[in-house]
Design a protein around this ligand. Sequence first.
Ligand code: CAA
Length: 241
Amino acid sequence: MSRNAIVTGGTRGIGKAISVGLKKAGYQVAANYAGNEEAAAQFADETGIPVFKWDVANYEACDAAIQEIESKHGATDILVNNAGVTRDVPFHKMSLDHWRTVMSIDLDSAFNMTRPVINGMRERGFGRIVNISSINGQKGQFGQANYSAAKAGLIGFTRALAQETARKGITVNAVAPGYIGTDMVNALDDKVLASIVGQIPVGRLGTPEEIADCVNFLVSDQCGFITGSVLTANGGQYIAA
Ligand code: CAA
């Protein structure tokens, strides 16, 4: 049976690899994007995966987009809450806008996307929700009080919702990537990036495909007993309990 998946931030970086990985595994995928039209058009051409533009920070926009996707593809079986941004700056220089932008896109989005699909998943007795957290939600990161808080919040959300939905055939898990070779990481200052790579025991950045493989594992039908977990994929940079 082909299951339907929605991936937020699904046309670039880690999200792109997740969308492509899910399609390869046989799922019908809808990829969300927020603003980069060129990247989204290229992604759609390259992959044949349909793209949908809306702002995951806006609840009404999420609700409307999910209704549109479901009218085309059918009910949502798999939701990957991947969209995220950074506004890195030490906290004593952080503006309210830096804080709110990251909290609304990286954390509020999990509510905005999950709330409209959860009742359908409960009624059908099946669902797979994967929240893309971060190593920096686990350990904290200098310059990322906003991002670390939002990504840690996703872990709390994962653990609470996993308990609420366990009897309904729905699993809720998080993946906590380390530093992956995407635009977000490559935008770091060269010296900062070199020092980060020096802290990764495997000696390199991760690839988006390595994170996509984690997601494919967690959404599979065989993973019904894994819920509330945080799968870390960080090259050994931070080994959490
Ligand atoms: N720990 C302790 N002190 C640090 C530090 C660290 N990690 N990094 C910098 N400092 C110190 C500096 O040595 C400096 O000290 P002095 O004033 O005594 O010289 C002081 O803090 C100020 O440092 P900067 O000049 O670098 O401050 P800045 O305002 O120019 O830049 C920053 C701050 C932009 C946050 C920069 O430090 C930075 O880019 N850090 C990396 C943040 C990071 O890792 N982001 C991850 C992005 S990728 C991602 O988020 C994906 C994912 O999930 C992993």
